[in-house]
Structure formats: structure tokens, C-alpha cells
Design a protein around this ligand. Structure first.
Ligand code: FES
Length: 172
């Protein structure tokens, strides 16, 4: 019979660890505990938890019964995985060639100014993460920004302002 052990840390993090454990359990079970599904599992975990924290990777390794080093190697190999905290809202600006020549740099700088973070950073209140990527495969939409998973093509500063107003509320 499997023995259940639960570590409770001294820093009041137990509820969070429990949440992570529950999410990891649910996701791994969704894929039938298949070790081969590790990439999809990590994608799902990132979608639900926003980023892949060390405790998430360790819980996944335990649940999949694989060495933690294996899970870490997958998580660090793919650029789409974030091992650092991400904000509640993810804004991505494409800086591939087509987007770059159609003004992607100005769009990225505009997002940086409006959100008060540089590309690759998360706001201190964990509300926003801004990322730059190289070609999202939708070059006809250039310049392209993605906000919380939704593609917004032919991006302009005005369009960016409208999108950000929805996220941040109107600014005076
Ligand atoms: S360069 Fe931006 S989508 Fe291809």
C-alpha cells in the first residue's frame, strides 16, 4: 500500500504546496501518468500555475516517477517554459523579421513604457509579464502582439493602448 507523506514547511507555505500538489496530481492523471507526455504535462502545469516553480517540477517528477533532473532538463530545454514567476497577464510582442520590419520594435517599446517593465520582466505586483519572441508563425498579421493567448495583428500603439486599458483599467 502506498504511503502518503506530506511535508509541511515552517514558512506558512503548506497551503500553496498542497495546491501545487493537487494541480500536479490532476494534470498527471489527465495524461494517465504517461512519462512520454511530459511536455504536454509541463505545458498544462504552466498554463494553470503560470510558471514552473521548483516545487512544481519536483512534484511532477515524483508523480511521474522519474528523476527530477529529467523534468528539469525538459523544462529548461524548451524556451516556452518559464522557470521564473510570471504575471497574471502575459503580453508577448513578436520580433521576428516580418514583425520587426513592420514596426515591432516600436510596439515592444510601447508595451514596455505602458507596463513599466522591460521585455523579459514581470511587474513587481505580478500582474504583467512582457516577453519578446521570434516569429509566432503568423507573419501576415505583422506586427503581432499576443495578450493572454489571443493574437492581435497589425498592432499599433493605439490598439495596444486599447488592449492594455482592458487589462489595467483606463489611465488618465
Ligand atoms: S515575424 Fe512575427 S509572426 Fe512571423
Amino acid at each position: 500500500m502506498a504511503q502518503k507523506s506530506r511535508k509541511t514547511g515552517p514558512s506558512g507555505k503548506a497551503p500553496l504546496a498542497d495546491d501545487v500538489d493537487a494541480v500536479v496530481r490532476g494534470v498527471v492523471e489527465k495524461y494517465g501518468g504517461e512519462k512520454r507526455a511530459i511536455i504536454q504535462i509541463l505545458q498544462d502545469l504552466q498554463e494553470r500555475l503560470r510558471w514552473l516553480a521548483p516545487e512544481t517540477l519536483e512534484a511532477a517528477a515524483k508523480k511521474l516517477d522519474v528523476p527530477p533532473a529529467h523534468v528539469y532538463s525538459v523544462a529548461t530545454f524548451y524556451k516556452s517554459f518559464s522557470l521564473e514567476p510570471r504575471g497574471r497577464h502575459l503580453c508577448t510582442v513578436c520580433m521576428g523579421t516580418a514583425c520587426h520590419v513592420r514596426g515591432g520594435t516600436a510596439i515592444l517599446e510601447h508595451f514596455e513604457r505602458k507596463l513599466g517593465v522591460r521585455a523579459g520582466e514581470t511587474s513587481p505586483n505580478r500582474e504583467y509579464t512582457l516577453e519578446r519572441v521570434n516569429c509566432l508563425g503568423a507573419c501576415a498579421l505583422a506586427p503581432l502582439a499576443v495578450v493572454d493567448g489571443r493574437y492581435h495583428g497589425q498592432m499599433t500603439e493605439t490598439k495596444a493602448n486599447q488592449l492594455l486599458e482592458i487589462l489595467t483599467g483606463p489611465s488618465e
